[in-house]
Design a protein around this ligand. Structure first.
Ligand SMILES: C[S@@+](CC[C@H](N)C(=O)[O-])C[C@H]1O[C@@H](n2cnc3c(N)ncnc32)[C@H](O)[C@@H]1O
Length: 455
């Protein structure tokens, strides 16, 4: 997947048509959400193209199911001089307006049809495009004193931007099927789901956009995300919209709507849905060797130990960004130690007390030490032990003296409050038992067993 950065941007320009539901006012909310890099810009409900003209993307596919609109963009792209020439022929009078409105655009030369659309858009009431059930433009005359319907500068810059785009007249489904590829940025601004039955504008084309269409569009968003596209969608802040886009990030933004039955400005709320590709990490086939330090971890024979899989574990884990590892079943602790050797903090846990003590002392612990003098005090019997080892294991593993020593150490270690010191002392005792080196403690000078204060 190759991503292009839009470095060669043209200076952004204004849309050439005023469009119901145009996104000019929402640009401040939408722009920061757009990915830094993406493949192509695809806008299949382009309408007035507020975002497209503001972004001036280098590679763009813009489309709409409104053939008159698409003809206008194609003509402004390819024959802007001719469009301007036709525009100069139109006059802002009521008679001319209704005479031009009565013309069938499909019978006019294409550049003239484009000029007619721009003229009507700028001189009609409230400057919007709306058609009746037969698809005929039906907005009344606007009575504006001097509407600028032939803004040559804007038309020339729009022409330059449009020339770089692929301009298509089709249903959004076909457009997305034919063009969307992994890495593309898709901006979806469909006709909104009406908040109330009468107050919302619905007719951009002969066909309307019903609830079923919104359901289908939401499925398409899921497909695009799976494909690896960056999708941003806008709609009204309607409970059904929240239901449809529940799996994605939804932001509610205040908007001013200019379309209502009585023409008044109305405040409302829109939503911006973002559905960006889920990251799919690639597995590295050949794991890299681990740092030397990993091999220094004291070996403990442990059933199910992952000591032979450390390189593979690291090769997968290293593809994610993280600082802390939680090793919930630490066992011998070798996996946690491998992460520690790679500079990660490790929190360790095990249901088995021996494992938990080892890993807490040797893996999770980063700073605490148990000074020798403090360790030696643990050999001193200060209070009577519970004699658990001496009584339970008498004659089994160690001598009576050694069992007494273990009980004394257990009692003293239990009194250590600092958890890491506690874990270090416990680990030392366990290892001494495993390695059968307890007897060495008994021969430390001064540890005259059972004879004095010390054992
Ligand atoms: C909300 S407007 C888009 C406004 C635009 N983003 C702007 O800034 O001006 C919705 C557009 O979707 C178009 N449309 C409606 N149904 C469509 C469909 N099935 N496929 C493609 N376009 C459709 C309408 O013609 C209309 O231009």
């Amino acid at each position: 997947m190759e991503l292009a950065i839009n470095k060669e941007k043209l200076v952004s320009t204004k849309p050439i048509l005023k469009w119901a539901g145009g996104k000019t006012q929402m640009l401040g909310n939408i722009m920061p959400k757009i990915p830094e890099t993406y493949g192509r810009y695809i806008e299949p409900f382009v309408g007035g193209g507020a975002l497209f003209f503001a972004l001036t993307p280098y590679h763009a596919i813009i489309s709409d199911s409104n053939p008159e609109l698409i003809n206008t963009y194609q003509e402004v792209a390819n024959h802007v001089d001719l469009v301007i020439k036709y525009l100069h022929q139109y006059k802002n009078t009521k008679e001319d307006f209704y005479a031009v409105r009565a013309l069938d655009w499909t019978k006019l030369p294409k550049a003239n049809a484009a000029a007619r659309m721009i003229y009507l858009n700028k001189t009609c009431f409230n400057g919007l495009y709306r058609v009746n059930k037969k698809g005929q433009f039906n907005v009344p005359y606007g009575k504006y004193k001097s509407p600028n319907y032939c803004d040559e500068n804007s038309l020339y810059s729009a022409s330059e931007i449009l020339q770089r785009a692929t301009i298509v007249c089709d249903d959004y489904r076909s457009v997305l099927k034919n063009y969307a590829k992994p890495g593309d940025f898709v901006f979806l601004d469909p006709p909104y789901l009406p908040i109330s039955e009468y107050a919302d504008f619905k007719r951009y084309t002969k066909e309307q956009f019903y609830e079923e269409d919104h359901t289908e569009l939401a499925k398409e968003v899921g497909r695009l995300q799976e494909l690896g596209c960056y999708v941003i969608l806008t709609n009204s802040n309607h409970p059904f919209v929240h239901e449809l886009y529940a799996p994605y990030k939804i932001e509610i933004v205040p908007t001013k709507r200019y379309i209502s039955c009585n023409g008044n400005n109305r405040k409302g709320e829109d939503v911006i849905v973002t559905a960006f590709p889920k990251s799919k990490p690639l597995l590295r086939a050949v794991p890299k060797p681990l740092p030397e330090q990993v091999s220094k971890y004291p070996a403990t024979r442990f059933m199910g130990s992952k000591s032979k899989l450390l390189e593979q574990i690291w090769s997968v884990a290293s593809q994610f960004e993280f600082n802390t590892v939680v090793d919930l079943f630490s066992g011998s602790g070798i996996v946690g130690y491998m992460f520690k050797a790679q500079g990660k903090s490790v929190i360790s846990n095990d249901y088995m007390a021996m494992s938990a003590a080892f890993t807490k002392a040797m893996v999770e612990n980063n700073q605490m030490i148990l000074p020798l003098e403090e360790a030696e005090t643990l050999l001193v019997r200060r209070k009577e032990s519970d004699h658990f080892v001496a009584e339970t294991f008498k004659g089994l593993y160690y001598s009576d003296l050694e069992n007494e020593l273990i009980d004394t150490l257990r009692t003293n270690i239990a009194a250590i409050k600092e958890p890491y010191k506690h874990a270090i002392a416990m680990s030392a005792l366990i290892r001494a038992c495993i390695k059968n080196v307890l007897v060495e403690f008994l021969h430390i000078p001064g540890n005259g067993i059972m004879t004095g204060e010390k054992i």
